[in-house]
Write a protein that binds this ligand. Structure first.
Ligand SMILES: Nc1nc2c(ncn2[C@@H]2O[C@H](COP(=O)(O)OP(=O)(O)OP(=O)(O)O)[C@@H](O)[C@H]2O)c(=O)[nH]1
Ligand SMILES: [Mg+2]
Length: 295
């Protein structure tokens, strides 16, 4: 299941800086507007301690976490819907993503150029939201609306720079938000906050698969049944699905702790009766570890 997050905001607010920190890709970053023209695309592994623990008890050689794709999009300015700045091209790129990370500059550093000549995060928030709305009003078919895309507001700056009026407006509009400071780095804790916000916005849960070769995590929408979840691993698995052996990840760790010499976590879990056999109607749960049996 490929999910893409578009990093959206005014020019020169730190979008590419965030993209670089997230994806570890070297991309052009400079103190002037419209440095990014063509979108940068990269994937970011879900920060999830559980997969490491699962890999350890199963003895998996490799760890392959689920990823979200991030797209660093060109800066948006007032009038973009009429083609101002990189206007329409920019808006087309937002059309393709599943959710928006809306980055707002709250940092005051006078050395960094503000496109509007003056720092005003509340106005910037409204500018971006307004452009998305105006573009939607213009489009004939009212599907895949830009303004209806799930949106996380990320404030770039120090805590005291995020003013009450801005926070109140964000809360009033009912957007989740996270405060980060790209002048420093992105602590793991903030990366987790960003991912968790998108899990909620996109209604995602994580399940795991693990064998001696690899431990993997996968995203599915909440409410996904076992065959469709199997289809995320391999398209063939959905059609050929017979049943799934399922255990909650913590229970698997508990089984590993109880395992006798030479006994694996799976064997112990089976012996304990903790491994459930689930059929086609089973709704996958957050933190499930699954073995798919297929024809
Ligand atoms: N002081 C300060 N400077 C920052 C911060 N984040 C980014 N910058 C600087 O702001 C400038 C613009 O950063 P970019 O990441 O290129 O901004 P952008 O939003 O991608 O810009 P465009 O691609 O032109 O739209 C660079 O000089 C960064 O080093 C921050 O938190 N504090
Ligand atoms: Mg950029």
């Amino acid at each position: 299941m490929k999910l893409a997050i578009g990093i959206v905001g005014l020019p020169n607010v730190g979008k590419s800086t965030l993209f670089k920190i997230l994806t570890k890709q070297e991309v052009p970053i400079a103190n002037y507007p419209f440095v990014t023209i063509h979108p940068n695309v990269g994937v970011v592994a879900a920060p999830d301690e559980r997969i490491k623990k699962i890999a350890k008890v199963i003895g998996s050689k490799e760890i392959l976490p689920a990823v979200l794709e991030f797209v660093d999009i060109a800066g948006l300015v007032a009038g973009a819907h009429e083609g101002r700045g990189l206007g329409n091209q920019f808006l087309a790129h937002i059309r393709e993503v599943d959710a928006i990370l809306h980055l707002i500059r709250v940092f005051k550093d006078k050395e960094i150029i503000h496109f509007e000549g003056e720092i005003n995060p509340l106005r910037d928030l409204e500018t971006v939201l307004n452009e998305l709305k105006l573009k939607d009003e213009e489009s004939k078919e009212k599907i895949n609306l830009l303004s209806a895309k799930p949106q996380l507001i990320v404030l770039n700056g120090e805590e005291q720079e995020a003013e009450e009026s801005l926070l109140n407006k964000i809360k009033f509009l009912n957007y989740p938000y996270v405060l980060i400071n790209l002048k420093e780095d992105l602590p793991e804790e903030n990366l987790k906050k960003i991912f968790e916000a998108f899990y909620k916005l996109l209604d995602l849960i994580t399940f795991f698969t693990a064998n001696e070769n690899e431990a993997r995590s996968w995203f599915v929408k909440k409410g996904t049944k076992a065959p469709q979840a199997a289809g995320v691993i391999h398209t063939d698995f959905e059609k050929k699905f017979i049943k799934a052996e399922v255990i909650n990840w913590e229970k698997l760790l508990e089984a590993a702790a109880l395992a006798g010499p030479g006994q694996g976590a799976w064997q112990r879990a089976k012996q304990k009766g903790w491994l459930r056999l689930e059929g086609k109607d089973y709704v996958v749960q957050e933190g499930d570890v699954m073995v798919i049996r297929h024809s």
